[in-house]
Design a protein around this ligand. Structure first.
Ligand code: C5P
Length: 210
């Protein structure tokens, strides 16, 4: 039988990464965070002193799996740079091969925006993970912040919400491979679920479909 491929898509900070990682561990499958490919490309543009809104093909071609373990990929300037390079059709084309090759032999869990629609339209399982903007902003803020008692906590969370909303709007409105649920994706809304509950729900879905 064909290797098991599980696509996990959804907006920023919905809990895709946490779920995909835990699913991979539970099912003993390789895991790829595809956002890191765009982050690594954006990072390379910034390091080279190039504007990430300009063509990033050369930098995308140089991305290797090693680049993905860089520790400076999850910073706000790279959030923006990644989204900008990800809107370039030629960059997406270059990064398709590495994503498909990763999963061909042993299957994989991949999380991103277009895994179920473009990268693996025939994936056996497609999950679309969502949460309200408020829940996503609070979780992302909790991940980032050192001080949970900061006096301007609400203002900080509002700022994170604003940035997530802008990135989702850009990712959803781009012409190529926009953020969108595949017609056959199963939606998981994570507002009222713990990480354990999300994993349990996903494992039930996988069991049903395999
Ligand atoms: O998932 P993450 O937030 O790390 O992704 C960073 C950016 O990379 C996203 O905002 C999106 O623009 C882009 N991306 C994409 N397609 C994917 C994964 C990420 O366009 N499959």
């Amino acid at each position: 039988t064909a290797p098991l491929i599980i696509a996990v898509d959804g907006p920023a900070a919905a809990g895709k990464g946490t779920l995909a990682q835990r699913l991979a561990r539970a099912l003993d499958l390789p895991y790829l965070d595809t956002g890191l490919l765009y982050r690594a490309t954006g990072r390379r543009m910034l390091d080279a002193g190039l504007d990430p809104a300009t063509t990033a093909d050369d930098q995308a071609r140089r991305v290797t799996l090693d680049d993905l373990s860089r520790t400076d990929l999850r910073v706000p300037e790279v959030d923006r740079a990644a989204s900008l390079v990800a809107s370039q059709p030629s960059v997406r084309r270059i990064l398709v091969d590495i994503q498909r090759a990763f999963a061909t032999r042993h299957g994989a869990v991949l999380d991103g925006r277009d895994i179920g629609t473009v990268i693996f339209p025939d994936a056996r399982v497609k999950l679309f993970v969502t949460a309200s903007l408020a829940a996503r902003a609070r979780r992302r803020w909790e991940q980032m912040t050192a001080d949970p008692d900061a006096p301007d906590r609400e203002a900080q969370i509002a700022r994170v919400a604003h940035e997530l909303e802008a990135r989702d709007a850009a990712d959803s409105s781009r012409a190529v491979a926009p953020l969108r649920a595949a017609p056959d994706a199963i939606h998981i809304e994570t507002d009222d679920l713990s990480a354990d509950e999300v994993l349990a729900e996903a494992l039930r879905i996988v069991a049903r479909m395999t």
